[in-house]
Write a protein that binds this ligand. Structure first.
Ligand SMILES: C[S@@+](CC[C@H](N)C(=O)[O-])C[C@H]1O[C@@H](n2cnc3c(N)ncnc32)[C@H](O)[C@@H]1O
Length: 242
């Protein structure tokens, strides 16, 4: 794999790695502080690949800060170099595992949108645990999204889509499913217009997309209480009690 085709890549001030993160024992890390204007709206892309969505959309939304997270060093370098050359000061790319960043670092209610486009399907059952969407990651996405925030998902993979639908149903107390609305940077006929979408479109693959809109924390708490009271109603009597 040589995304750069032998060309020298320079991540400049755009590409950051784990050394830019504080120790997670020291508490949450507010990734908005990576930007010159940390009060601007904040969006996160998980698995940015070659950075096509970021370079297309960030130029149309200069008042929004975009953090791309990419764990493959080669793609992270390529995307960072691309953003640096275009002088997009509202984009940063972090070389790390996005699920760990959410679990250990990101604080509550900081992001307006989380983008997840053409995430790896990990088709073998024993690899399903590597898929980005899990019950646990959805809880973190809910926590990190600001009120009314959105998780936007697109895939070409039928079995991964089923997984997404099952997870959305099981976590209906956290998110409402809404139709996906394409970003302004998508060209005619495109859903988002990422690299993988363009490659798969040439192969004639169909795409599935949804938006999960964050529900208020109260509905999540209410549902947890209802579940635990249902559990205690159906629990067998405690034989140790008098
Ligand atoms: C199939 S590619 C899609 C890239 C891009 N979103 C697109 O549509 O062209 C999936 C990308 O997600 C990255 N990725 C997968 N899991 C990740 C994780 N947990 N954290 C960060 N990046 C991840 C992979 O390295 C890969 O570059």
């Amino acid at each position: 794999m040589d995304a750069a085709r032998g060309k020298q890549m320079d991540v400049g001030q755009i590409g950051l790695d784990r050394s830019h993160l504080p120790s997670h024992e020291s508490g949450p890390f507010d990734a908005r502080t990576l930007f010159a204007n940390p009060t601007h709206a904040f969006e996160i892309e998980i698995g940015s690949g070659k950075g096509t969505f970021l370079v297309q959309q960030a130029v149309l939304q200069p008042e929004t800060n975009f953090l791309g997270i990419e764990w493959t060093a080669e793609f992270w370098r390529y995307a960072s170099d691309r953003v640096r050359r275009r002088e997009l000061s509202n984009v940063r790319l972090l070389h790390t595992d996005a699920t760990e960043l959410f679990r250990f670092w990101l604080p509550d209610a900081i992001a307006r949108v989380i983008h997840l486009y053409f995430s790896d399907p990990w088709p073998k059952s024993r690899h399903h645990k590597r898929r980005v969407i899990q019950d646990e990651s959805l809880r973190h996405f809910h926590r990190v999204l600001a009120p009314g925030g959105e998780l936007r998902i697109v895939t070409d993979h039928a079995e991964l889509w089923k997984w997404y639908e099952e997870h959305a149903l099981r976590n209906a107390h956290l998110f409402a499913v809404k139709p996906f609305i394409s970003p302004d940077s998508a060209k005619a006929g495109e859903v988002v217009g990422t690299n993988f979408e363009r490659k798969f479109a040439r192969e004639g693959r169909p795409f599935m997309a949804m938006t999960l809109v964050r529900l208020p924390a109260e509905s999540a708490a209410r549902s947890t209480c209802e579940q635990s009271s249902r559990r205690s109603e159906s629990a067998p009597p405690d034989s140790s009690s008098p």
